[in-house]
Design a protein around this ligand. Structure first.
Ligand code: HSE
Length: 318
């Protein structure tokens, strides 16, 4: 094997009450990585090229997460090969769609395939999570795990990592709305810094009950249970105040037929879920209503109607 291509999906973390616990892979965009072996004499990266819709929104040199993680993985498996990497950056950074998770998943899957190392899926997620740590400074895996495994992921604990992957219901429709607002450079770090150190027992009970409904809803493939569970009283109230127009957009989504909404990851995107069996145009109606909600507060936004992703697509090119 000389050359491998991997497309790894965007994702939405938290889904309301599952802060750092839930993640859903989304078909909305994929980061694409192509890695080839250039020679087998010494360890290194001969070239690193960045293309794609968001090429100008990420570092195009050794500071890029893909580059840094590739170096780490070669070192980890002690492989003296020189590789070349092409990244097609399609997941918008700093939007709440797991951009660094998608990049980390893509390079991890590509290199593990190319190096022909057989690791358990959970170990592969742990390796990809190192990339997330490099960028955000925290070890949450609720974006990399769905980007690596597809579907819906529940993370029970981090040290050691333990998780369960579930296949989402077929009729789960997702609308993503990305507001055009100023976002700090280290967005996730900032959005974590506004969170409370402690939560009251009453709020914890609320979140545990609701998170359980989300997980049970995915296990039973019942979107109404998922929707009833998507309510968070600990993290979202703090973060919503960072998203101008967010509260209005959320209200408009529910009026337009969404079953539930959440801040996607650390924001500023919002996510709404709906029943795909209720009609093809429902997602668009919800998306447009949410944009109007943002517009009422003077904020421009764009929407995408999407669905869960089955995970990375790996092709062996030569
Ligand atoms: N669970 C993380 C957070 C996801 O909400 O901070 C960040 O993408």
């Amino acid at each position: 094997m000389r050359k491998v291509r991997v497309e790894a999906p965007a994702s939405s973390a938290n889904l309301g009450p599952g802060f750092d616990v839930f993640g859903l892979a989304l078909d909305v965009a994929y980061d694409v990585v192509e890695v080839e072996v250039v020679n087998e004499r010494r360890r290194g990266i001969e070239y690193f090229e960045v293309y794609g819709k968001h090429r100008d929104d990420v570092p195009r040199d050794s500071r890029n997460i893909v580059y840094r993680l590739a170096e780490k993985i070669l070192e980890m498996f002690n492989r003296d090969i020189t590789i070349g990497i092409r990244l097609e950056k399609n997941v918008r950074p700093r939007s709440g769609l797991g951009s660094s998770g998608a990049s980390s998943a893509a390079i991890t899957s590509a290199l593990l395939t190319l190096l022909n190392v057989n690791v358990e899926p959970i170990r592969a997620v742990e390796i990809a999570a190192l990339g997330e740590e490099l960028v955000t400074g925290s070890r949450h895996a609720d974006n990399v795990a769905p980007s690596m495994l597809g579907g819906f992921v529940v993370i029970r604990r981090y040290d050691p990592l333990d998780l369960v992957r579930l296949e989402p219901p077929n009729n789960l429709g997702v609308v993503i709305v990305i507001p055009k607002v100023e976002v700090p450079e280290e967005k996730t770090k900032y959005a974590r810094s506004v969170l409370p150190e402690h939560a009251s027992l009453r709020d914890v009970i609320h979140n545990v009950g609701h998170a359980s409904y989300v997980a049970i809803g995915f296990a039973l493939k019942n979107i109404n249970l998922i929707a009833r569970g998507m309510n968070d009283v600990i993290v979202e109230p703090r973060r919503m105040s960072l998203i101008p127009g967010g509260e209005k957009a959320r209200r408009r989504a529910l009026e337009a037929g969404a079953l539930a909404t959440a801040i996607s990851g650390a924001g500023p995107s919002l996510l709404a879920i709906y029943d795909r069996e209720s009609g093809d145009d429902v997602g668009h109606i919800i998306g447009k209503a949410m944009i109007e909600g943002f517009n009422e507060e003077g904020v421009d936004a764009e929407y995408y109607v999407t669905r869960p992703s089955a995970g990375p697509r790996v092709s062996i090119l030569s």
